[in-house]
Ligand binder design. Structure first.
Ligand code: ADP
Ligand code: MG
Length: 286
């Protein structure tokens, strides 16, 4: 039989934006020592806007850089791809056809545009092509490089906005003695800037999806009871590894299927409810 206090608290949880898929995980929320957050779509809204486009090759205009990138990104589900497509639409640029476009998870996207092998990807990925990158991300900026063959021909700077309730949520977690960690595939500069803005204790940047899971495992061995909140397909292994996996409602189906708890309103503040309810429920049971 389900203890009455637990049944009641599950109903209260539902009223507070928490969909409990795994009751044991919910009851264990009081044990959390470390809360790990994905960045894009979790702490931030996950909607990128293009702020700057730069060509560094005489054969290509700034608009060419954007439309070549868009050629690859038109089928992409990645928020960076969607941000690039928005900008192209806004500028009414013509987008060439691409063939063989394929995502390189956690790194970028590749394919052929106008008979040339093109890659759009992260700074750490671009470093495989050229040791000295032609630009660094500004504070809070997500930067992607456009590569033709083995030459960087330009770059695109994008930004995302922080979810308004994130800072308050982090503050309450700190008051509950829970350590917070930001875990992202994005560059160090943006990870540092976002963690600082919301008060997250520590950031780990430029991590690939399988490394996200490894990181959770390492944190668990410190030892700690680790919860992870994420939204992406790339967060699913980490959500499964965590002692409590929390998915953002607006995120991917894969994340929601893997998680123990879903933030129905995609509001980081509701994580606080989870932690506080966990403690309150436990007190009532003993
Ligand atoms: P996050 O942890 O922020 O969800 P991802 O693991 O999805 O990030 O991606 C990490 C980095 O790889 C991005 O910040 C970006 O630089 C690059 N990247 C991934 N997918 C794409 C794409 N479709 N287009 C351009 N860059 C991409
Ligand atoms: Mg994400």
């Amino acid at each position: 039989a389900i203890p009455l206090v637990v049944a009641r608290s599950t109903a209260i949880a539902a009223q507070n934006g928490l969909l409990i898929k795994n009751r044991t995980a919910f009851e264990n929320a009081r044990k959390i020592n470390i809360m790990v957050f994905d960045k894009t779509g979790t702490i931030t809204v996950g909607k990128f806007e293009v702020n700057r486009v730069q060509s560094i090759h005489p054969d290509y205009s700034h608009d060419d850089i954007l439309s070549i990138a868009a050629a690859l990104e038109q089928g992409s589900e990645h928020p960076i791809g969607q941000g690039i497509m928005e900008k192209v639409k806004e500028l009414s640029l013509e987008v060439p056809n691409a063939t063989g476009a394929h995502a390189i998870t956690g790194k970028g996207i590749s394919g052929q545009v106008n008979g040339k092998e093109i890659t759009v990807g992260s700074p750490s990925f671009a470093k495989q092509f050229i040791a000295q990158l032609p630009a660094n991300p500004d504070a809070g900026e997500t930067l992607v490089f456009v590569i033709a063959g083995d030459r960087i021909i330009g770059y695109i700077g994008l930004s995302d906005s922080i979810r308004p309730t994130a800072t308050g949520a982090i503050k309450t977690l700190r008051e509950q003695h829970i350590k917070t960690v930001l875990l992202t595939g994005d560059n160090k500069a943006v990870a540092a800037s976002v963690s600082k803005a919301v008060g997250i204790d520590k950031y780990i940047a430029e991590v690939l999806p399988h490394e996200k899971q490894k990181t959770i495992q390492k944190l668990q061995q410190t030892p700690a009871f680790v919860a992870m909140t994420g939204d992406g397909v790339n967060d699913a292994p980490a959500l499964a590894q965590a002692d409590i996996g929390i998915a953002v409602g607006s995120g991917s189906d894969v994340a929601a299927e893997t998680a123990d708890i879903i933030l129905v309103n995609s509001d980081p503040e509701d994580i606080v409810n989870l932690v506080l309810f966990g403690k309150a429920t436990y007190r009532k049971m003993i």
